[in-house]
Ligand binder design. Structure first.
Ligand code: THG
Length: 370
């Protein structure tokens, strides 16, 4: 395709922007009003480096919504169906956020920084407005803001070696989504075991945007002997791993009970939270759709920028929301949101490709790769 995207001041630049340009970025998307690299020109090389080595990603666009004040914990719980009663300082949790109809708005990681301070590390939409409005309307004693905090992800089986070399062996003991503050060369950071891949790794939250270039260079140098190179949230690996992209895999009326997020919702907890009544009703009536995997027959397909119709017996039964050819499985794999009545293992499905041609497809569970 021979078009480009305009770069201008209305969309924010990440603290790592200049470094990614120097490193040879070839494509961006826009996420939380910020440019985010999506390619360095070698999709398969970037995939194998993530799966077998180590990769560094500018994900500064994963912005934080800070909730600070005496009611921070109460508001955090009110915002999510996840039961937060066991969360301790230093621990992160993956939390669906719903509106009053139970519709999924966002799927952040919630970091508990202190008894009175939380960060929602958000997916792509303006959750800040929602959190601030709820806080004010309900009279919670909190301040809601966006702090100077920009994640740089280090992902892949060798990520632990790189990050341990950079900050010390203590990171080897960090549990999934747990985090700790740390300073390297005067650069203030939070180090968390996290990241949007299932290859293992960390995110270094840069707490001083003026030091983006310095942090990028430090990580690149520490990773050099492990073969680190720049990459991006990976469009192939994330389908293999069944990781959700809110707004991509979800629609304006999708609820978490239809998604692989159902087990994060504790609808019987005592605490009140937004969407409780609606989600209980959906549970009792049975969700109408469910998120599943599809194996699409035939030759390798390129990822698609569009949702594709899924048919059964000539009738549409849902949408394919993300598609990739898996180099590890040597099959076309996809995530889809289908009519709940389609049975497990259904092998009489049809996907309509962008060019109008049809391909046979079979339903599977998610993820494809553990
Ligand atoms: N980094 C940061 N914030 C983010 C994202 C990120 N916020 C939005 C979005 N990405 C969150 N999405 C996910 C989704 C899944 C996982 C991580 C981020 C994930 N899930 C594991 C799984 O599904 O097995 C573990 C879940 C668990 O144990 O609770 O890793 O990329 N900062």
């Amino acid at each position: 395709m021979a078009f480009s995207i305009a770069i201008g001041p209305r969309v924010r630049k990440s603290p790592f922007f200049e470094a990614t340009v120097k490193a040879g970025v070839t494509g961006f998307t826009i996420y939380n009003h910020m440019y985010m690299p999506v390619s360095y020109g070698d999709p398969l090389g970037e995939y194998w480096r993530l799966v077998e080595g180590v990769s560094m990603w500018d994900v500064a666009c994963e912005r934080q919504v800070e909730i600070a004040g005496p009611d921070a914990g109460k508001l955090a719980q009110y915002l999510t169906p996840r039961n937060l009663s066991g969360q301790v300082v230093g621990q992160g949790k993956y939390v669906p956020i719903c509106d009053h109809a139970g519709t999924l708005l966002n799927d952040p990681i919630l970091l508990k920084l202190s008894e009175e301070k939380y960060w929602l590390s958000i997916a792509d939409n303006d959750l800040l407005f929602w959190v601030r409005a709820i806080a004010n309307e309900r009279g919670f004693k909190v301040a809601v803001s966006e702090p100077d905090a920009s994640p740089l992800a280090v992902q892949g089986p060798l990520a632990e070696e790189v990050v341990a070399g950079l900050v010390g062996d203590w990171v080897r003991q960090l549990k999934y989504f747990w985090f700790r503050p740390h300073t390297i060369d005067g650069i203030p950071l939070i180090i968390q075991r996290s990241g949007w891949s299932k290859q293992g790794g960390f995110e270094l939250y840069l707490l001083d945007a003026s030091r983006g270039g310095d942090l990028w260079r430090l990580v690149a140098a520490a990773g050099k002997r492990h073969g680190i190179a720049p990459g991006c949230p990976n469009a192939i690996e994330r389908v293999e791993s069944g990781l959700i992209s809110v707004g991509g895999d979800t629609f304006g009326d999708t609820n978490p009970l239809e998604l692989t997020l159902a087990h994060y919702c504790d609808l019987d907890q005592r605490a009140a939270f937004i969407g409780k009544e609606a989600l209980r009703r959906i549970r009792d009536e049975g969700p109408k759709r469910r998120q599943v995997g599809l194996i699409v027959a035939g030759r390798a397909l390129d990822p698609t920028g569009h949702r594709l119709k899924v048919l059964r017996k000539g009738r549409q039964v849902g949408w394919l929301t993300a598609l990739a050819h898996s180099p590890r499985l040597k099959q076309n794999v996809a995530m889809a949101l289908l009519d709940r009545r389609i049975k497990d293992g259904a092998d009489d499905l049809v996907v309509v490709l962008e060019n109008g041609k049809e391909r046979a497809a079979r339903m599977t569970g998610l993820p494809f790769c553990k």
